[in-house]
Design a protein around this ligand. Structure first.
Ligand SMILES: Nc1ncnc2c1ncn2[C@@H]1O[C@H](COP(=O)(O)OP(=O)(O)OP(=O)(O)O)[C@@H](O)[C@H]1O
Length: 241
């Protein structure tokens, strides 16, 4: 399957025991697009991005990332994934954490050192490089997790609520960076509850009770629901119970 889509989700369903969490989801994300997944708590966003990242496998249907069928271990180096809960070693410093993940991604020597500096500048944590992560605040841990996901300059970036606990100024600079990354060809899939972030995505998918209820640009979704804001469109598509 060779095409210009970076992410292709086809007829994907996911069950946990007898509970259906995702139902027949079909979704394509072209290269260099920022695709936002919007939905109420428990609607299935995390489950879907975990399938795309290859952390879990669908019960039925297929997921392809960069034309490779997922899950696939070899894809780790081409995907950056930032989970909702931070996967960091609290007893190590930020630098040690980053060096560990850099080695895992095959970065070494000066390349690794330079890249660690770059990503820490990007998330405004350069001054805290040598601090033990157990002394980091919740927001700082989120920023460090984002830095980890960017280390190896992945072609596809998957971010699960990346800006929770991050102040508005830094949130803005992170979004500027995401926009720059996409302009350089990175495909980004991001889950969010924040409506002004949703507006910054090129396309949005609305998810409710494991179903994809609408897909379109923010403008298309507003137009289709006669809404003046994404929040109104979100509520129209069942954002509130
Ligand atoms: N491993 C699991 N076993 C059983 N049920 C699960 C498992 N993982 C997720 N679920 C259930 O799947 C549903 C969707 O969860 P998911 O975390 O994907 O939602 P979400 O949209 O990301 O929510 P939030 O916005 O709160 O993070 C929930 O009802 C959750 O309890």
């Amino acid at each position: 399957m060779i095409n210009t889509y970076s992410i292709q989700v086809q007829h994907v369903s996911k069950q946990f025991g007898d509970k259906t969490v995702l139902q027949d989801i079909t979704l394509d994300v072209p290269k260099a697009q920022i695709f936002g997944l919007l939905g109420p708590s428990g609607s299935g966003k995390t489950t879907l991005v975990r399938l795309i990242a290859g952390i879990d496998a669908p019960s039925s249907g297929t997921v392809h990332v960069l034309n490779e069928k997922m899950p696939q271990l070899a894809m780790l180096s081409r995907i950056g994934y930032m989970a909702q809960s931070d996967a960091l070693y609290a007893e190590l410093t930020a630098q040690e954490n980053l060096a560990f993940f850099a080695a895992l991604f095959g970065l070494a020597g000066t390349k690794s050192k330079n890249r660690i500096q770059e990503v820490m500048e990007l998330v405004d944590l350069s001054a805290h490089l040598k601090k033990q992560v157990s002394n980091y605040s919740g927001g700082m841990k989120r920023r460090l997790s984002l830095a980890v996901s960017l280390l190896h300059e992945p072609e596809v970036l998957i971010l699960d609520e990346p800006t929770v606990g991050i102040d508005p100024v830094l949130r803005k600079s992170i979004w500027e960076e995401l926009t720059k990354l996409s302009a350089r060809g990175t495909t980004i899939i991001v889950t969010t509850h924040v409506m002004d972030e949703a507006d910054k995505c090129h396309r949005l998918g609305m998810i409710r009770d494991g179903n994809l209820t609408a897909v379109g640009t923010p403008e298309e979704l507003k137009l289709a629901t006669s809404s003046s804001t994404i929040e109104e469109a979100f509520l129209y598509y069942g954002g509130a119970k």
